[in-house]
Structure formats: structure tokens, C-alpha cells
Design a protein around this ligand. Structure first.
Ligand SMILES: [Zn+2]
Ligand SMILES: [Zn+2]
Length: 174
């Protein structure tokens, strides 16, 4: 899915992507079809803007209760793709890039071509949460008996002599 800058028109090329060869299957488990639409516009020989949306779904296992759950993915992106000759890269980085009121993500490319698969992979990873929770207030599993505390409660906490209350009792006794 590599598109050369020279193939991109100044009025814009539109891409509808439903195939999944680019999807990082080894890292993330997909549970919904892929729907992506991308619009590429050539601003000049070294700059292309990309706007688009990627929709799919991924399956995670909750960090707390270990239940599998599906997370819908809906990423909207606006990127500037800059082809920068390798020898110029350090200069570009130290130069003061005046950020306008609306900052766009700039991606530097080492050749005047954009790999749509690379972009989609990058965007999906950026969009995923670091913590995987089936819901914000998931209560998780009891560390003692393994009961899913979302479903029912157990009595372990009452009997747990490591609980803060047990410590207080001991302090009182001594
Ligand atoms: Zn959970
Ligand atoms: Zn328990």
C-alpha cells in the first residue's frame, strides 16, 4: 500500500481500505472488520497532508478480572507527511517549527512515498489505552480465592489478617 508522492494529486486522492494485510495481528487481536478512508492531498513535492478515519475493533483481556472484552476503535487522523532528505533531518529537528493554533502531527519520511499500512498501524497503536480495563470501575478478582468481584463478593477480606483493619486490631492488643 505504498503511494508515491508523484501519484498524489493536488485535489486529493481518496482511499477506501477494508483489507487487513497491514494489521498488527501478532500484537493485537482484531474482532471487527476494518473500515478506513484516507484522503491524501499533495501540497508540494515534499509535503502531503493526510486526513482520515479508521474504524475496527480489538479484543483485550481485562487487566483486573481477566475477562475478554471488545474495544471499538475509531481513530480520526490529520497528519502532515514531510519528505526530508536524510542529510537535512537534524537541521529540521533543531529548527524552531512554529506551531500554529492548530498543531498537526508531522511525520518525517525518508523517501517521497507514504506507506498507508505503516500509517494505519502507527495510528492504531497510538489510539489504544495503556491499561486494559473491561470498564473503568472493574473490581477485579479477589487475590485470595479468585472470585470475580464484579459478579459476586467473597468473605476473604474479612478473614484477611493482612487487611488494614487486622493490623489495627493487633496494635490495639499490644
Ligand atoms: Zn475487568
Ligand atoms: Zn475471595
Amino acid at each position: 500500500m505504498k503511494v508515491q508522492f508523484a501519484e498524489i494529486s493536488e485535489t486529493g486522492n481518496h482511499y477506501e481500505i477494508t483489507e487487513n494485510s497491514w494489521f498488527p495481528d501478532k500484537a493485537i487481536r482484531r474482532c471487527a472488520p476494518i473500515r478506513a478512508c484516507l484522503q491524501l492531498v499533495r501540497e508540494n513535492d515534499s509535503t502531503v497532508t493526510l486526513e482520515g478515519r479508521l474504524q475496527t475493533g480489538v479484543r483485550f483481556v481485562c487487566d483486573r478480572c481477566l475477562t475478554a472484552y471488545d474495544l471499538p476503535v475509531d481513530v480520526r487522523m490529520r497528519l502532515i507527511l514531510e519528505y526530508v532528505e536524510e542529510s537535512l533531518l537534524p537541521l529540521q529537528e533543531t529548527g524552531d517549527a512554529a506551531a500554529g493554533p492548530e498543531t498537526l502531527d508531522v511525520i518525517m519520511l525518508a523517501e517521497p512515498a507514504v506507506d498507508l499500512g505503516d500509517i494505519l498501524r502507527q495510528q492504531i497503536f497510538l489510539s489504544l489505552p495503556l491499561k486494559h480495563l473491561c470498564r473503568q470501575d472493574c473490581r477485579g478478582l479477589c487475590p485470595r480465592c479468585g472470585t470475580d468481584l464484579n459478579v459476586k463478593t467473597c468473605n476473604c477480606l474479612d478473614q484477611d489478617d493482612r487487611s488494614p483493619f487486622a493490623v489495627l486490631k493487633k496494635l490495639k492488643k499490644s
